[in-house]
Design a protein around this ligand. Structure first.
Ligand code: SF4
Length: 380
């Protein structure tokens, strides 16, 4: 399955989906958007993703922001997202809100909605607050589409999304194996494609991909890396790692594994069930400033996926990860997990990044007796 192509053709896919179904396409920016409600209303929720494109527009509207946000604005004014019927912002980070405001203020025909997801997901009042926000959003979506969101349609949406998360989790489990059949670049492209496609369609693709993976011969064992940090929109870094003989076996990115990590446990009160899932999802740096649950999740991933080292990759100007990084450094140092930190912008400076990664990977190798088997001495 060519997930890279699916992710890259996302605009064409959404336009074709619209033409085929007559439905509305709804853009969202971060993983706290409860997509199930949009899906139950017959809409196609799509994650707005950055891409590499010359930018001669965004500075006029938004100055010195992180690259993804500048690119959202650039793509928006260049008509890449002209097919969107609406956009929802979940108050993730202030930079994204700026991009949302630009879209809202310059395109009156665009339907817009802001849903407040509290910064403190674990506060006792948060579930009730999110349920009330969901009730409002449900009404808004019903008005936009002229279609009632019934319990049955919500049950269907929850079932489709839960199945999607389960399939992604099953595929992710295969990355834990020493000789995993999956490269990190393929896994990342799969996740990016998943966030811009109709989940029912994607589920069928994932089912056949899973069957294909079970038949794949195991790949040779490599240095195993984990990526954490700001969101991504391509698998350039994973490819670079692979070209150096290592493999990214897990990530903790907002649009990586954090997107699907927990599930919805069905309840009679559907909105409460949805609220609890989104508040309970692995806390991202967007909403973990008071609770520090993210550190424990990162540690568990590193352990479970046997990561030999961690790459902390921050977008330049990413305030969210800029403030959260110290907690990650502290955690990794305390637990003796080697890590390498670097910032990236529009694209990866290839030569520089290659050299840095090469040194980091070479530094890891002497400790990796498992690469040769415990019974054989490792000669470096
Ligand atoms: S990279 Fe950081 S600052 Fe930019 S949109 Fe993402 S979380 Fe916000």
């Amino acid at each position: 399955m060519n997930f890279k192509q699916l992710a890259e053709n996302r605009h064409e896919y959404a336009k074709a989906w619209k033409a085929r179904t007559g439905g509305q396409v709804l853009g969202y920016y971060d993983p706290y958007f409860p997509e199930e409600l949009a899906y139950a209303a017959g809409m196609l929720p799509v994650r707005i993703l950055a891409r590499h494109e010359p930018d001669d527009v965004s500075t006029k509207w938004i100055y010195a922001s992180c690259y993804p946000v500048r690119d959202y604005v650039n793509q928006f004014f260049n008509g890449r997202y002209g097919y969107l019927d609406g956009i929802v912002d979940t108050g993730g980070c202030e930079w994204v809100y700026n991009a949302f405001e630009v879209a809202m203020n310059t395109t009156p025909s665009l339907k817009t909605h802001y849903i407040f997801i509290p910064r403190y997901p674990n506060a006792p009042t948060s579930p009730g607050l999110v349920v009330s926000e969901l009730k409002t959003m449900k009404k808004v979506f019903e008005e936009w589409t002229g279609r009632e969101i019934t319990d049955e349609s919500l049950d269907h949406a929850i079932e489709v999304y839960n199945k999607n998360r389960l399939l992604l989790m099953r595929i992710s489990e295969l990355r834990r194996a020493y000789e995993t059949p999956l490269f990190g670049s393929e896994a990342m492209q799969m996740l990016l494609a998943d966030q811009v496609m109709d989940k029912a369609e994607m589920n069928a693709i994932l089912e056949s991909f899973l069957a294909e993976l079970q038949e794949r011969p195991p790949r040779e064992d490599r240095v195993r890396l984990m990526i954490i940090g700001s969101e991504t929109w391509d698998a350039e870094l994973e490819e670079l790692v692979e070209s150096l003989g290592a493999n990214v076996v897990i990530d903790e990115l907002d649009n990586g594994t954090s997107y699907f990590w927990n599930t919805i446990y069905e309840q009679k009160d559907r909105l409460l069930a949805i609220a609890l899932r989104y508040l309970g999802r692995p806390h991202s740096a967007l909403r973990d400033n008071n609770w520090r649950r993210r550190s424990q999740h990162v540690f568990e991933l590193a352990e479970d996926y046997m990561a030999d080292g961690v790459l902390i990759v921050k977008q330049i100007y990413c305030v969210i990860h800029g403030t959260d990084n110290y907690a990650m450094w502290k955690l990794l140092r305390e637990r003796n997990i080697p890590y390498h930190f670097f910032e990236r912008d529009t694209s990866l400076p290839e030569d520089e990044t290659r050299q840095r990664l090469e040194s980091f990977i070479n530094m890891l190798k002497p400790g990796l007796v498992r690469l040769r088997g415990w019974h054989e001495p490792l000669v470096i």
